[in-house]
Design a protein around this ligand. Structure first.
Ligand code: KG4
Ligand code: ZN
Length: 342
């Protein structure tokens, strides 16, 4: 089966073509970062308008690069939530219309299921069951993945997501939006241990996170004295160290709890090299292996939506003609593929 997938849940417009046998044939992405930078964050209405402008040319490019005609597409998958409703509707409406026009099936995909399945595009693919650490701008979750669509949330953040903590700290350090990658770069020149920032919930049992105290501590550190370039780098290093240490400790604890020997890392923060290096090292020490999507597929993309869509379409699951998107959509509401048939 060959599917075309569309992702428009936030500020990336993405289209991909995935073939069940031949693998990923094309993936196109337009990032709106420049559009939103001046506002210091995503402006929903501007995001929706830009998705509409970019979508059709990206669909055409994806079909061309995949060497596929529309007639060869057997299903269209689209992100149906969670995300910005206006932005989701642009992708959902186009996807549903394309499927209608092409006379093929359509399926709405859960954005986080997409992130969770992104590592399946790599060799070797992660085994099932496994434990997953999903860390993005909007989510920080530890999940027991028993199978596709069978997710049990072990713990999540009580306040800010890990990506949000990166972004807010970066903003306080005067770095441009989105700050995660910028802060990581600055941290490379920072010295360890010059600043010690709080690592909340670290000493508490369980799998919950809390990152909101971090930005207050960063604010205090930046105000304590006039900051030199080295001082900013030292703070960036401390922020990254605090977030990475917290994520690693809890992820390792989750592995111990589930008894799995495979950990899948997903979401934008999964692109962080420090996090990857430390997780790989610590997991290896307990005989576990960590699976990552390529960094490009950690952040939002349509390839991951195609993977999730393909699993569901192949099982006969279908979206009906009502175009439904959801701003909020708990992951645990999902069922194994085959559930919803129109
Ligand atoms: O998954 P994603 O693209 O979008 C959401 O669904 O949220 O994640 C974006 C988040 C942002 O907060 C961004 O700053 C963070 O991932 N991020 C990083 C890195 N690359 C992206 N954080 C730390 N280090 C990175 N290298
Ligand atoms: Zn995402």
């Amino acid at each position: 089966m060959r599917v075309l997938a569309i992702e428009t849940s936030c500020d990336e417009t993405a289209v991909a073509v995935l073939d069940g046998q031949r693998g990923l044939l094309a993936h196109e992405l337009w990032s709106q970062i420049d559009l939103h930078r001046g506002f210091g964050g995503v402006v929903p209405e501007l995001a929706s308008r830009d998705h509409i402008r970019r979508l059709l040319p990206l669909v055409r490019a994806a079909l061309e690069h995949a060497g596929t005609s529309a007639a060869q597409i057997e299903g269209v998958a689209y992100t149906a939530g969670p995300g910005l409703v206006g932005a989701l509707l642009t992708g959902a409406a186009l996807a549903r219309a394309l499927a209608f026009g092409w006379g093929c099936a359509a399926i709405g995909v859960h954005h986080l299921e997409g992130h969770l399945l992104a590592a399946q595009l790599e060799e070797p693919a992660p085994p099932l069951p496994h434990t997953a650490l999903l860390v993005s701008g909007g989510h920080t979750l530890l999940i027991e993945v028993r199978g596709i669509g069978e997710y049990r949330v072990l713990g999540q953040t009580r306040d800010d997501a890990a990506g949000e903590a990166f972004d807010k700290s970066a903003k306080l350090l005067g770095l441009p939006y989105p700050g995660g990658p910028e802060l990581a770069q600055l941290a490379q020149r920072g010295r360890a241990g010059v600043y010690t920032l709080p690592r909340p919930m670290l000493d508490r049992a369980g799998f919950e996170f809390s990152f909101s105290g971090l930005k207050t501590a960063v604010l205090q550190a930046t105000r304590a004295a006039p900051l030199t370039e080295q001082g900013r780098a030292d703070i960036a290093r401390a922020v990254q160290d605090a977030i990475v240490a917290t994520l690693c400790t809890k992820a390792l604890r989750a592995l111990q709890f589930t008894g799995h020997d495979a950990l899948v890392v997903a979401g934008g923060v999964g692109a962080n090299q420090e996090l990857r290096a430390r997780l790989t090292r610590e997991a290896a020490a307990v005989g576990a292996r960590v699976y990552y999507p390529r960094t490009q597929f950690c952040t939002d993309n349509a390839a991951m939506i195609a993977v999730a869509g393909l699993h569901r379409l192949r099982s006969g699951e279908r979206a009906d003609l009502t175009i439904d998107v959801r701003a909020r959509w708990p992951l645990e509401e999902l069922a194994p593929p085959g559930g919803r048939r129109a």
